[in-house]
Design a protein around this ligand. Structure first.
Ligand code: SAM
Length: 219
């Protein structure tokens, strides 16, 4: 499997991509149609930007793309701008991208914690990120929207999966071929967001409030 991992690394280099992770999202999207042409998408844990490369070419020039990471993104993208926030994903709220789009077709997250080498600790940190990302997705997704997040498999992950099952029409887990075999990572793919009336009300209240003029940086 190491050979396969190296093959994806070499392929990414040959094709001029920022990271081999691009093939993970490509596989997920080809299988489950997550990123619509002309769609609105948030990419969380986006640095260095290979998922953004894929998303930008898929949404095309009429798409709207937002991104979040603790680290800055060095790459400057042409054509479609990326509305980037350098921040902790746990601080995301209704207003973070409110000035960019009122609601989103897809929220995708490849965010991963720094690993400690202690399996249980890493699983717990990964799940904490997933829960924060899912919470944000529930606030900003359009009805019928999609949510993808990377998670380190664990017994607690099953609880999280069951929780998401109640909110989306279909749930799948997938380990794309470009993942290292020995890695704990897998991807939860949720489609068909069923928005609760209460959540819709919260969003409408927020939209009705005067905009505070927060600006997002464009790359
Ligand atoms: C595996 S990388 C993402 C690779 C990216 N999808 C790509 O294709 O280029 C994981 C990213 O998650 C980010 N991350 C981890 N914890 C985060 C947090 N609490 N808030 C925001 N970003 C976070 C890291 O900074 C890192 O850049």
């Amino acid at each position: 499997m190491r050979k396969l991992h190296d093959a994806y690394f070499k392929q990414a280099k040959r094709e001029g991509h920022l990271a081999r992770s691009i093939y993970k999202l490509e596989e997920i999207d080809k299988k489950y149609s997550i990123i619509p042409t002309g769609g609105t998408v948030i990419d969380i844990g986006a640095c260095p930007g290979s998922w953004l490369e894929y998303i930008l070419q898929k949404v095309g020039e009429n798409g709207v793309v937002c991104a979040v990471d603790l680290k800055p993104i060095a790459k400057r993208f042409k054509n479609t701008p990326v509305h980037f926030k350098m921040m902790d994903l746990r601080d995301l709220n209704h207003e973070t991208f409110e000035d960019v789009a009122p609601a989103f077709d897809a929220v995708v997250s490849d965010a991963a914690p720094n690993t400690s080498g202690i399996r249980a600790v890493d699983q717990c940190r990964s799940l904490e990120l997933c829960e924060a990302v899912a919470e944000h997705a529930e606030l900003v997704l359009k009805p019928g929207g999609s949510f993808v997040c990377k998670v380190f498999e664990s017994p607690d992950f099953q609880q999280f999966r069951s929780k998401m099952q109640k909110k989306f029409g279909s749930i799948r887990t997938l380990k794309p071929r470009a993942c290292r075999d020995e890695s704990m990572e897998t991807y939860l793919v949720c489609k068909g967001f069923a928005q609760e009336p209460e959540e819709r009300k919260v969003r409408e209240d927020v939209k009705a409030r005067k905009k505070k003029g927060r600006r997002t940086r464009q790359y």
